[in-house]
Write a protein that binds this ligand. Structure first.
Ligand code: MGD
Ligand code: MGD
Ligand code: SF4
Ligand code: MO
Length: 762
């Protein structure tokens, strides 16, 4: 039986999979890690195996659905497009182009169709109401890169395989498998780092699986990291530890940064951050003296009220210790494809990044990277006036569960005149749509990680053709988006080939390539990819990648400064006034009262993928995961019982969750994972609905954003918790999650959950 290599698109690690197909009937026999994969070398996590379950899931959509008489019913593609052609242009005619909004979910960043065709759809819609998961996730990162390096997508990535000191702020890569850091099997990579004498410090209010494996864990008060980082900066500056190294010739503004840290000593921030001053001092010295160190921040750094200040200060620390653009520090990958603003070898350089662009209609939120903050989606729908959103297209997302203030958003989505979703499932969002268009399974489409190779710990390129042929009656996702584009442009959905030819020609022109140089016989995303590969740094073609089915090694990360800088003068201005102001705002935490109640933070689990793997029993079985973690001290004070229920209330809403008492969270902190709440009656995720869990975004607030970037705030949300009558239903009984750390520090309570998850090559 042939084993076909492909790439797992479920998280950011881009692991190679080997899919064994039955010769006789073409069914998937099994999936294991690909030992020859250029990046993952055989590593796979349980989600990679679950690609088979996703492929065979009977709930996965295989035909379009159209709402007729209030009910979503199976329809033909022709019927679905007729319905769209009838309603979309008419709606726009009536209310103007901005009345149709588009939301791209995170899965759109892991699939060639949406990655390469959504821009054309946006252009055809002519709307400014464009939203994506980026503003739930990484907008502060984009803004910091934009002002420091001249481009929002120029992202420094920890060079984890050569580093000897890593400070992780609000990241849990042992579970998430890395974010804005494409590096399969981070657990082994972090272990190797320690084995070669390096050190890992985790800064997190929860004792996470990554903290368990680290040398040190600083249990920070949620939302106060900027103070810890300013105190580190203060130590660097007052103890003469600043050493810009190679960066000395290209960095300005050190004085501006020094002013921010002035007087913010570790001792001064200790009470507010709950991080011991002695530890901050010692760790800063160790970090500064390390041969190659890196501070790395992810979701816990970029989704608090002070996300910009935190993200900026992370880069400042890397720069002031000379660790930016240095092997073992924070480096800029050079992917195999061009067309990227971070590698404008040919083609048109990007527009200069600015924060002075347009703002949203209702709350004057910043429009950045061409997008409004997702936290403004509900208000743009439910606030009347010129430019009000009346129609929405969602692609590969579940905003009804992933965007703050779900109650408001649910009401807003339900009030739309037209909603179209392109998705694998009838999830809690697409279930509200009028027309739902399905997409091929992961095994039925080609793959190349256009986005994630920007974050890869090694430069690689890996193209995977479809493992299985497209089934009869299924359309490739790029064609679906192309058809929506054609309708939005006022035409018929039939001219896909001609549209695609035009798109390819335009891309070739933009990338400065002669048309005759484009791979003969190619169409769709493969042709566009071929163009981007040719315009890339290594002059690759799709054919090169086809000859290397396990991927092509392009080498270790190399220093790229100053070439990679796209600031007007090719220098790094370390202290833009906007960031200085944000840091001043964070300094205000020192004098502000700590406030009442508890602070809510999130968490991720190995067998979840935001909101959409819960429909596979292999992913959803075992210990309950959607529990409210509460420290023993708080539980005692509040009269909460393990396995009992708690009413959690925030400024935005309330919910009842089952309680898990644990010392994993600090006193004063509670934690609920996101992506649960599979209780939408119209959804079709039957396995997920059996253990729905609760939707944490009923508690998060769309009014609470990181002000400079509009990014959503998911961590450090103020809540009150009181005991709620009754026990959690039997199947809701919480049990501690399995520990995935390097060493186990305690035995889990309860009967289950013992034994590490199966990691490593099968
Ligand atoms: N298994 C699995 N993998 C995933 C996903 C998934 O759902 N499941 N999702 C994918 C996606 S979309 C992303 S963006 C990445 C995210 O990847 P990560 O950022 O590595 O994952 P998180 O678990 O969100 O880690 C955030 C950490 O921040 C901590 N935290 C919360 N508030 C604060 C704070 O104020 N300060 C500090 N210092 N820490 C804080 C939380 O306790 C948590 O441990 O994971 C990706 N990978
Ligand atoms: N409270 C809280 N909320 C959060 C977070 C948090 O930490 N805490 N994290 C935030 C973050 S970092 C993110 S990225 C978002 C994620 O939230 P969203 O961006 O809304 O994405 P998902 O919930 O992962 O849902 C992805 C959907 O895409 C579908 N899908 C999968 N593959 C494809 C494909 O190839 N094509 C199409 N068309 N559809 C596909 C899946 O079936 C699923 O329904 O959530 C955010 N929300
Ligand atoms: S870590 Fe797991 S989910 Fe992520 S790419 Fe690898 S196999 Fe897929
Ligand atoms: Mo994300």
């Amino acid at each position: 039986m042939p084993a076909v290599p492909t790439t797992c698109p479920l998280c950011e690690a881009t692991c190679g999979l080997l899919v064994t197909i039955d010769d006789d009937d073409g069914t998937v026999v099994d999936i294991r890690g690909d030992p020859d994969d250029v990046l993952s070398r055989g590593f796979i996590c349980p989600k990679g195996v679950a690609v088979k379950g996703l492929h065979t899931d009977p709930d996965r959509l295989r035909t379009p659905m159209v709402r007729w008489g209030g009910m979503l019913r199976e329809a033909t593609w022709t019927e679905a497009y007729e319905e769209i052609a009838l309603r979309l242009p008419a709606l726009r005619e009536r209310h103007g182009p901005d009345c149709i909004a588009l939301f791209s979910g995170v899965a759109a960043g892991h699939a060639l169709g949406p990655l390469l065709y959504t821009d054309a759809l946006v252009a055809a819609l002519g709307t400014r109401n464009v939203f994506s998961a980026a503003s739930l996730n990484s907008r502060p990162r984009h803004v910091v890169s934009g002002l420091l390096y001249g481009n929002p997508f120029t992202t420094p990535v920890p060079d984890i395989e050569r580093s000897d000191f890593v400070v992780m702020i609000g990241a849990n890569p042992v579970v998430s498998n890395g974010s804005m850091l494409t590096a399969p099997d981070l657990r082994t990579k972090l272990r190797a780092l320690r084995r070669r004498g390096g050190r890992i410090v985790v800064v997190d209010p929860r004792r996470t699986e990554s903290a368990d494996g680290a040398d040190e864990h600083l249990r920070v008060r949620p939302g106060t990291d900027a103070l810890v980082l300013m105190a580190m900066l203060n130590v660097l500056l007052t103890e003469g530890l600043v050493d810009l190294g190679e960066l000395a010739g290209i960095v300005d503004g050190v004085d501006g940064v020094a002013a921010i840290a002035d007087g913010i000593t570790p001792e001064r921030v200790e009470r507010r951050t709950e991080v011991d001053a002695g530890s901050i001092r010692r760790i800063t010295r160790e970090f500064a003296r390390a041969d190659a160190g890196v501070v790395y921040g992810r979701i816990g750094a970029s989704t608090t009220s002070f996300a910009t200040a935190t993200t900026w200060l992370i880069d400042v620390l890397n720069i002031l210790t000379g660790n930016l653009d240095k092997p073992g520090g924070a480096m800029f990958p050079q992917p195999g494809h061009g067309g990227l603003p971070n590698s404008p070898r040919r083609g048109v350089p990007p527009e200069p990044f600015t924060l002075d662009g347009p703002r949203s209609r209702v709350s004057r939120r910043p429009i950045l990277c061409g997008e409004l903050p997702a936290a403004a989606l509900a208000e743009e729908i439910d606030t009347p006036g010129f430019g009000q959103v009346r129609g929405l297209i969602t692609i590969a997302g579940n905003p009804a569960r992933s965007v703050p203030n779900s109650k408001r958003l649910h009401a807003a989505l339900s009030s739309l005149d037209l909603m179209i979703s392109v998705d694998t499932y009838l999830n809690e969002t697409s279930a509200l749509a009028d027309i739902v268009l399905p997409v091929p399974s992961i095994l039925e489409r080609p793959h190349y990680d256009l986005l994630l190779y920007n974050y890869a710990c090694r430069n690689v390129a890996n193209y995977s053709p479809p493992v299985l042929p497209l089934p009869v009656g299924m359309h490739p996702e790029w064609e679906t988006i192309a058809r929506l584009t054609l309708i939005a442009a006022g035409g018929s959905p039939d001219g896909v080939e001609e549209f695609d030819d035009r798109l390819a020609a335009a891309l070739a022109v933009r990338e400065g390539l002669p048309l005759e140089q484009i791979g003969e016989g190619l169409r769709g995303p493969e042709r566009l990819l071929d163009i981007l590969l040719q315009s890339g740094e290594y002059g690759l073609t799709l054919e090169h990648l086809q000859l290397s089915p396990n991927g092509l090694e392009l080498g270790e990360l190399e220093p790229r400064l100053p070439e990679a800088l796209l600031t007007a003068d090719r220098r790094i201005h370390l202290a833009p006034p906007e960031f200085v102001a944000e840091a001043h705002r964070a300094r205000g935490l020192l004098s502000a009262p700590a406030g009442e109640g508890l602070l809510l933070v999130g968490r991720r689990h190995l067998r979840s993928n935001n909101s959409w793997l819960h429909n596979l029993s292999a992913m959803a079985s075992g210990a309950r995961r959607c529990t409210l973690q509460v420290n023993e001290e708080d539980a005692y004070r509040l009269g909460l019982r393990n396995g009992g229920r708690a009413l959690v209330t925030s400024a935005a809403g309330r919910l009842v969750a089952s309680v898990e008492i644990t010392d994993e969270v600090l006193p004063g902190v509670v934690s609920l994972p996101h992506g649960w709440g599979h209780d939408e009656p119209q959804a079709r995720m039957r396995v997920a609905a059996e253990r729905p869990g609760v939707n944490v975004n009923l508690l998060t607030d769309d009014a609470d954003i990181d002000p400079l970037t509009g990014n959503a705030v998911f961590n450090g949300v103020r809540v009150t918790v009181v005991a709620h009558a009754g026990d959690a239903p039997d199947e809701e009984q919480p049990m501690p999650d399995r520990r995935l750390g390097f060493e186990r520090r305690r035995t889990p309570r309860g009967p289950g959950g013992i034994g590490p998850e199966s990691f490593g090559p099968a």
